[in-house]
Design a protein around this ligand. Structure first.
Ligand code: SF4
Length: 396
């Protein structure tokens, strides 16, 4: 009798949707240094901002839920002192991890945005929340890479993600009849919604981007859509899930736009590149059109318009899920290929793809001083050419 040999034990490679897959899509080389190499960013501005807003919204919801459990539901708007308390708590938590606002102006902007998000959005969002910070996992077949680059024994990879909010919506619930978020869902998703369903919400600490040009590759617009579709698939397999009909990207900056945000919005309105311009003839349209960017005062936009810009509803269907999963499998294939090149002796700078398409990403990247792509594309423009070693001029 032949006894079979026990296969070697191996651990599944694990890929997080935001940290790994979206990180690699932003730039492979940057991902290699910051995520795999764990090099901390020298100016973690975006990280502080994103985590601060997430933290404030999560803590505010926790306090609302406590009030519900105690039998005296208390929805925002709350007294300013309550918001101050939440903001200080989150700043202390971030500070304990070494994350601080980069400047007083940035801190003030974070405070103002967090205030607007809780006070304006909270009353409509919190009653819909079923669970917050929901961890999702699933396994997929590991796409094969070229045999000469193979470096591990694994036939599957783990895909992980954390959904900011899972909402449960019962259309027949009279308490939700006037809810503007439910209204936005109904108008985007049309007829045929089940009586009760789920929507996944992901907060984004950014303004609503313009719609990318047709055929544009590597756009954040599409990548965030893949993220929602994949969340939808991973959530579908959990035991307490209802039918997931859509995902929503919630662009938090839209609740408190800066001067720069409004300048960009005006440009996009003129160029026809935003999918949510103000309604023709509305007070919002007049406010934006009459506003000169040199004016000291910023135009005041209605809550309805700011909410419509903040919400991007993405229907989740079996076909759209399949397309997103295939796309992310392709990203995993690319990461494994880069890893394989490095394991097989290629220098890091050659092994990893430098696929950043956004100048803004490169300008704040800590690798720009030695990245050949930055040196070739942007260094001269930003007066940051590589330092040269002293040399001896040869005499003819
Ligand atoms: S400078 Fe740009 S291309 Fe180079 S590693 Fe950084 S993000 Fe990537």
């Amino acid at each position: 009798m032949t006894l079979s040999v026990r296969p070697k034990v191996y651990s599944l490679p694990s890929y997080s949707l935001t940290g790994d897959l979206l990180g690699y899509l932003r730039c492979g080389l940057q991902y290699r240094y910051t995520r795999i190499g764990k090099l901390p960013a020298s100016r973690p501005v975006q990280q502080w901002f994103g985590e601060f807003i997430h933290g404030v919204l999560e803590e505010a919801f926790r306090r609302y839920r406590d009030s519900v459990l105690k039998g005296s539901p208390s929805l925002p708007p709350w007294p300013s002192a309550d918001l101050d308390d939440i903001r200080m708590l989150i700043k202390a938590r971030l500070g304990a991890r070494g994350l601080f606002a980069w400047s007083p102006d940035l801190e003030q902007l974070g405070d103002d945005r967090a205030y607007a998000a809780v006070q304006d959005l909270g009353p409509h969002l919190f009653p819909l929340i079923y669970r917050a910070e929901v961890r999702l996992t699933g396994a997929r077949l590991l796409p094969p890479i070229q045999s000469q680059l193979q470096f591990r024994v694994a036939d599957r990879y783990e895909m992980v993600g954390v959904v900011d909010v899972v909402t449960h919506v019962q259309l027949a619930d009279p308490a939700l009849a006037a809810n503007p978020i439910v209204g936005a869902l109904k108008s985007h998703l049309g007829q045929g919604l089940p009586p009760s369903f789920e929507v996944i919400i992901d907060y984004k600490g950014m303004r609503r981007p313009p719609v990318p040009k047709v055929g544009a590759k590597n756009s954040l617009w599409t990548q965030y859509e893949w993220q929602l579709q994949t969340y939808g698939e991973l959530r579908r397999t959990q035991s307490d899930a209802q039918t997931v009909v859509a995902g929503v990207l919630l662009y938090v900056n839209e609740f408190h736009p800066t001067r720069r945000d409004l300048e960009l919005l005006k440009d996009e309105m003129a160029a026809g590149t935003t999918d949510v311009p103000p309604i023709g003839g509305s007070a919002d349209e007049a406010a934006l059109k009459n506003w000169k960017t040199r004016d000291k005062q910023l135009p005041q936009l209605s809550f309805e318009y700011r909410l419509s810009r903040a919400l991007r509803v993405v229907p989740i269907t079996p076909a759209s899920i399949a397309q997103a999963l295939t796309s992310f499998d392709g990203v995993v294939h690319d990461i494994e290929t880069c890893r394989g090149r490095e394991v097989h002796g290629h220098p890091v700078l050659q092994a990893w793809t430098k696929n950043s398409t956004e100048e803004d990403t490169c300008v704040v990247c800590d690798s720009r001083t030695f990245c050949p792509d930055y040196q070739a594309k942007y260094a001269r423009k930003h007066n940051e050419t590589q330092p040269r070693l002293p040399a001896i001029k040869s005499v003819p």
